[in-house]
Design a protein around this ligand. Structure first.
Ligand code: SAM
Length: 268
């Protein structure tokens, strides 16, 4: 069954804002089921759009915070939510929203959303900066991005996104969604993914910036050996001192190997 949103006062989809609105009831139900909201949880939706996920979530959970950048959607969302539950709307660019502040002191939140695909990676990295305040994330993204997020060593699509996300989160692809589930349909397949930030004890990274710089440099020149790709950051001896062969390439390394490299002294 599909939901018709053409005459609801929400207006037309805006390409620049990555607006592809979900209308397949079956897909919406599967996402809500995967999120499985529990009483007392703080759920925050990124990009509610015309409310395809918002209203079903609000119906079961009664209270919800949404972050929406498109000013034209604020009034219709407010009006439609009124009879259903308590909807707090943050009218802002999600990349400027401090999730830790939103969670409150010592608080936590669950992030959900059918993300604007044009800024999906920046949103993921932004969420990582606030991983301590996030219980989990359920996102719809391009399938190709979800494949990269979940890839392991040896895969062609294993890269910076895989290592950065898997260092901080357990990444579980849930299911694929075809273009027909959206209006207008995107050109690519989509997929829903679950990210669960690891407890600090499982993230033994002392220097975040150094870890990020090493991962970036290693995959920046992925065909080169680590010795060459990491030349400016670590000597070959330093790479070897971390227990890693400097003749290997980035795509052969486990996440734990990158963590070991980030702890190695620049010169051994
Ligand atoms: N959740 C709705 C659905 O599933 O039908 C809409 C999803 S649509 C793919 C992405 C949504 O993110 C749009 O509502 C768009 O306006 C919003 N958006 C785009 N860029 C944004 C930004 N920087 N900050 C917050 N929301 C943004």
């Amino acid at each position: 069954m599909s939901i018709d949103t053409n005459d609801t006062g929400f207006g037309r989809a805006k390409k620049a804002l990555g607006q592809h609105f979900l209308h397949e009831r079956g897909v919406i139900d599967r996402i809500v089921h995967a999120i499985d909201p529990k009483p007392g949880e703080r759920i925050v939706e990124i990009g509610p759009g015309q409310g395809a996920l918002t209203f079903p979530l609000l119906r079961t959970h009664r209270t919800l915070t949404v972050i929406e950048f498109d000013r034209d959607l604020i009034a219709p969302l407010t009006a439609a939510a009124g009879p259903i539950g308590e909807l707090a709307i943050v009218h802002r660019d999600v990349l400027k929203v401090d999730f830790s502040e939103l969670a409150g002191p010592g608080g936590t939140l669950r992030l959900v959303g059918n993300l604007p695909y044009n800024i999906s990676s920046p949103i993921l990295f932004h969420a990582l900066d606030h991983a301590d305040a996030i219980i989990d994330m359920h996102f719809m993204l391009q399938k190709e991005v979800v494949d990269r997020m979940a890839a392991g060593p040896g895969s062609k699509v294993y890269g910076r996104l895989s290592v950065m996300l898997q260092a901080w989160c357990d990444v579980t692809p849930l299911f694929t969604v075809g273009p027909g589930a959206f209006r207008p349909p995107p050109k690519v397949d989509s997929a829903v993914v679950r990210l669960v930030p690891k407890p600090p004890a499982r993230v033994p990274i002392d220097d975040r910036a150094r870890f990020a710089a090493i991962v970036r440099a290693a995959f920046g020149q992925r065909r080169k050996t680590l010795r060459n790709a990491l030349g400016g950051l670590l000597s070959a001896e330093a790479i070897a001192s971390a227990g890693i062969d400097p003749g290997q390439r980035a795509e052969q390394l486990e996440v734990a190997d990158f963590i070991a490299l980030s702890k190695a002294p620049a010169e051994a």
